[in-house]
Design a protein around this ligand. Structure first.
Ligand code: SF4
Length: 456
C-alpha cells in the first residue's frame, strides 16, 4: 500500500472544488425565470423554519485596501459614504425575502462576511442588525459569527456584535511575515492580531478563528514555521489553513507580484505538512478540508458527535438546511435549490429598486444530485458514509472504481458498503468527495482548469 504522503500529495494534488455545494457553482446557470426558485424557496422555508431555524449570510463587500492575492467578491474604496446605500439595499432585500416567508423566520445561524464587514461603522452594523431582527425570532441554539480585519476591527464593533449574540469571529491573518505582507499588500502588525484577539475574548467571543494561507509569494519553510508558531502562541480556537489559489486570469491583482516569487508545488506541500504537524503537536485536531480546531471548540465537538455540516460559510456546527444569502454575490441554499445574487453593484441596486430579488443564477437539484450531495456531505463532515444498495446503478460505473483505487492508496476502507476515511485520507477529503462528483465527470475531466484551486 502506498502510504508515502508526499507521493500521495503529488498524485492527488489536482484542481478540485471545496464542496461547499453540490453541484458546484460553475455548473449553475443564469435563471431565465426565477419563479421556480421562488416557489421552491417558499415551500422549503415552510417545511423547516420552526423546527430547524434558518441561516443568514450577509455579504458586506467593501474593503479599504486591495490585498493582491484576493479572489473574493469585493469593492475597494476609502469612501465610507457607500455604507448607507448598501445597507438600505440589503435591508430592502431582506424585506423582499421576508414577504416570501409564510411565518416569522427563526434565525439560527448568522454570518457577516465580505469583503470586510468591519469596514462598516458599529452604528451602521447596529442599524442593519436591528432591521434584521425586527422581522425575525432567534433560535435558542444560535450561532452568530463575523469576519474581522485585524486592522480595522474596533472594541466598539466587538461590543456591539457581542450584544447581538455573536460569539465567533474569524480574523483574516494570512501570514505574519512582514515581507510576505508587503508583497501581498496586507500590512498588519502582529500586535493588531494579538490586540483584536484579546478584545474579542474580553467582549465575550468564545471562538476566535484565524484564516491563514500557504503558497503566498516569498513564503519559505522558515517563514511558514514562524507564522505557525506565532499563531499557536495566540491560541485561536480554530484555524483555517487555505491553499493559495493562483488564478491571475480571474483575480487580476495577482499579476502585481512576480510569479517567480511563488513557491513551487512541492514546496507548498512541505509548507502544508510542516504546519499540520505543528498544529497537531500543539493540540489542534484536523477537522478536515484545511480546518483545525482545539478540543473544546464547538466545531470540534460537532465533529466528534457527527453533527458537523458544510455550506457556503464552510464548516458549521449548527445544522440548518436553509440558508438565505443577502447582498452582492451572496448565495442562498434552500436544501433543494441554489441561487446566487448578481456580482455587479449597479445591477444589485437596480434590481432591488425595482422590487425584484437580485438573483442572477442558480440551480434546482434533481433527485440524483441530492443523493450525491448527501454522500459528499457525509465524507466532508463525518469522514464516513454507507453506500446504499438502491444506489448501485448510480455508483457502480464511475464512483466505485475510483473509491477502490483510494482503498489501494490507503485513503479509505470499504467494508460491506461502509466507507471510512483513514487518518491519511483526511488529507484528501476533497479528492474523496470528488469521486462522487458525477456532474464534474459528465462535464469531462480536464475541462476544469482554472475553475478550482489545487487540493493542496
Ligand atoms: S482579502 Fe479580504 S480585506 Fe483583502 S481585499 Fe480581499 S476581501 Fe478585502
Amino acid at each position: 500500500m502506498n502510504r508515502d504522503i508526499p507521493a500521495l500529495l503529488s498524485k492527488y494534488n489536482r484542481e478540485i472544488p471545496r464542496y461547499t455545494s453540490y453541484p458546484t457553482v460553475p455548473y449553475w446557470q443564469d435563471f431565465e425565470d426565477i419563479r421556480a426558485y421562488r416557489e421552491n424557496f417558499q415551500s422549503r422555508f415552510s417545511a423547516g423554519n420552526r423546527q430547524e431555524g434558518i441561516a443568514l449570510y450577509l455579504h458586506l463587500p467593501f474593503c479599504d485596501t486591495l490585498c493582491t492575492y484576493c479572489g473574493c467578491n469585493k469593492i475597494i474604496t476609502t469612501n465610507h459614504s457607500v455604507e448607507e446605500d448598501y445597507l438600505n439595499a440589503i435591508i430592502a432585500e431582506w424585506y423582499q425575502y421576508r414577504k416570501l416567508m409564510s411565518e416569522t423566520p427563526v434565525i439560527r445561524e448568522l454570518h457577516l462576511g465580505g469583503g470586510t464587514p468591519t469596514f462598516f461603522s458599529a452604528d451602521n452594523l447596529r442599524r442593519l442588525l436591528n432591521c434584521l431582527f425586527d422581522l425575525a425570532d432567534v433560535h435558542d441554539n444560535r450561532s452568530f459569527s463575523v469576519e474581522g480585519h485585524p486592522n480595522n476591527t474596533t472594541k466598539a464593533h466587538l461590543k456591539l456584535l457581542s450584544q447581538f449574540g455573536f460569539r465567533r469571529i474569524s480574523l483574516g491573518v494570512q501570514d505574519h511575515n512582514p515581507e510576505v505582507q508587503r508583497i501581498i499588500n496586507r500590512v498588519q502588525p502582529y500586535e493588531n492580531v494579538q490586540k483584536v484577539t484579546e478584545w474579542a475574548r474580553e467582549a465575550g467571543f468564545s471562538s476566535v478563528n484565524f484564516d491563514l494561507i500557504y503558497g503566498l509569494p516569498r513564503q519559505t519553510e522558515k517563514s511558514i514555521e514562524k507564522t505557525i508558531r506565532d499563531t499557536i502562541a495566540l491560541r485561536p480556537d480554530r484555524i483555517a489553513f487555505y491553499s493559495y489559489a493562483h488564478v491571475p486570469w480571474k483575480a487580476k491583482a495577482q499579476r502585481l507580484y512576480d510569479e517567480r516569487d511563488l513557491p513551487l508545488p512541492e514546496e507548498k506541500i512541505r509548507f502544508y505538512l510542516i504546519a499540520r504537524q505543528l498544529f497537531v503537536e500543539a493540540g489542534y485536531v484536523d477537522i478536515g478540508m484545511d480546518h483545525f480546531a482545539l478540543p473544546g471548540d464547538d466545531l470540534y465537538k460537532a465533529f466528534q458527535e457527527g453533527g458537523l455540516h458544510r455550506n457556503f460559510m464552510g464548516y458549521t456546527d449548527a445544522r440548518t438546511n436553509f440558508l438565505v444569502g443577502l447582498g452582492l454575490s451572496a448565495i442562498s441554499d434552500t436544501g433543494t435549490a441554489y441561487a446566487q445574487n448578481t456580482k455587479k453593484l449597479s445591477d444589485y441596486y437596480r434590481l432591488i429598486q425595482s422590487g425584484m430579488l437580485p438573483v442572477k443564477k442558480g440551480y434546482l437539484l434533481s433527485p440524483t444530485d441530492r443523493i450525491l450531495r448527501e454522500y459528499i456531505l457525509d465524507i466532508a463532515c463525518k469522514g464516513s458514509t454507507f453506500l446504499q444498495a438502491e444506489h448501485d446503478g448510480l455508483l457502480n460505473r464511475y464512483v466505485l472504481p475510483e473509491l477502490r483505487t483510494m482503498v489501494t492508496d490507503g485513503l479509505l476502507t470499504l467494508n460491506n458498503r461502509q466507507i471510512q476515511v483513514t487518518p491519511i485520507g483526511r488529507l484528501f477529503l476533497r479528492n474523496i468527495c470528488h469521486a462522487f462528483d458525477l456532474k464534474n465527470r459528465d462535464a469531462g475531466f480536464g475541462q476544469d482548469k482554472g475553475r478550482f484551486s489545487q487540493a493542496v
